[in-house]
Ligand binder design. Sequence first.
Ligand SMILES: [Mn+2]
Length: 558
Amino acid sequence: MNDNAAVYVAGHKNPDMDCTCAAHCYAALKNIIDPATTYIPIRTGPLNTQILDVFELAGVEEPRHIHSVAPTIGMIARRSPAILGMDDPVLDAIREVENQTVSSIPILDEDGTFCGMVGVNEITSYILAQNKDPRPLYTFLVRNFNRVLPGELLQAGAADLFEAPILTGSMPDDRAVTTLRSLDTPPLLVVGNREKILEHAVDYQLPAVVITGLEKDEEIATDMSSFTGAIYRSATDTAETIRLLRLSSPVRTIMDVDVPRLTTETPFDEGKNLLLNSRFRGLPVFEKDTYIGMVSRRSFIGRPHRKLIMVDHNEISQAVDGAEEAEIIEIVDHHRLAPPSTNQPIAVNTRPVGSTCTLIYEEFAGRGLAVERDIAVLLLSGIISDTVNLYSPTTTEADRRAIFRLETITGISAGEHAKRLFSQLNVLENREPREIILADYKQYTHSGVRVGIGQVEVTTLSDSGNYRARLIDELKSVARDKRCRWCMLMVTDVMKRNSLLLTSGYTEAEKALPFTRLTEQTYDMPGVLSRKKQLLPVVMRILGDLAEGIGKVPASVQ
Ligand SMILES: [Mn+2]
């Protein structure tokens, strides 16, 4: 059923070019080498115009936005073993409840549209209601008679569907006639092959007569040629005939239409609480507006786990929400390792190369698989973006090799493509400071200290005076909100390949920074392009030293 058993291939939070392209391409690779499983690339948030442009250029859909991989109702919804149509007899509902041991049966129309539900509760209410009034009315559908009652339809009446009480003719003729006259609604008559009473049925033009004890080719005792009702020959005795006729009513007359609806996206716990706190034993599940299946109380025994492949990250704090509940089955990454512990052995592919897309290119190449043009465009973009077109010190021989091959496949020159990507960088002046800091933001904890580092790429640093103060103010507020001791933003000039470091202020630590202090909480980092390789190790070392009391100066906390 839909993608419940599918494996999600996800990049990190605040998706960037590398992780988004890697998620798409790795899912494509896995779908080729493991066709028995479905791999779906996902993203954790909105994509910038650069990334959208590249997916358009490649001619593929960008990964689906998934807010959380925590278990959902979609993962436990099942096609119901029993389904009824609106006109199916109540007897079918009883049989299904008995045979399939289901407690709630969905009722669908011919188009598969959900109309209502019938279960033990509705059947019980129906039977109880019959025993409340002295002569209850039933809804009869003539074409259901031979679905519940052995025998044959001798004549279809003027009305296929009608409401009527049941009257049996197993009494003296005149008493039967008196009773017949006394009824407000013309009854359905169940009677033996008795001339007098049948004559009255014709006179009163009853909606239907069911004749019992009539042999297969036996003549009816009365001329019924002017009778407009239905005539049915029952092959069973009167008591059984009446019992079964009552169960011929269409289920739509007893179904519950006031049913809460779950969707495939409904969180597992929300669906569970809703069902357990309701009078229902099962609930229908919808994908958008389309009915797709049911969940019952039993569906909630045991908690499902979404299978997840992490690409371009390996820390839970950077992963899609709900990842801590997921079953991580694989990691493909080029960052420092701080992965979650797992219950099972998993495949981990990490190497210190410039881009996760390089690792994925090598997976294709190593298996002798052709890299199609759309995949090649995405891999090329991921590598160019993460290595700043091979200028970042994170760049390795593997990245150069991959780019060289991908240029050939795509017919796109890396230099031209880099210009295309970088020219779409936004001018910082026009963007909200918080958005700039958090767009590509990662948090780390080292020696018990939590730090956050954002990075933003620009095409020039010459206008930094215009936004510096606002960004530093916002860094302080981000540090407060995210409970970080130290927050930083790397503003990277991808053209000149320099960065500016803005900080929230942490005097003790900043004294140890090996960069030139330009002014308050602002440092010049010539040649620094990589947060991971050039800034993070410095930050980690300083935090470690501070924890050990090395280089500690009397506190001057701000
Ligand atoms: Mn990356």
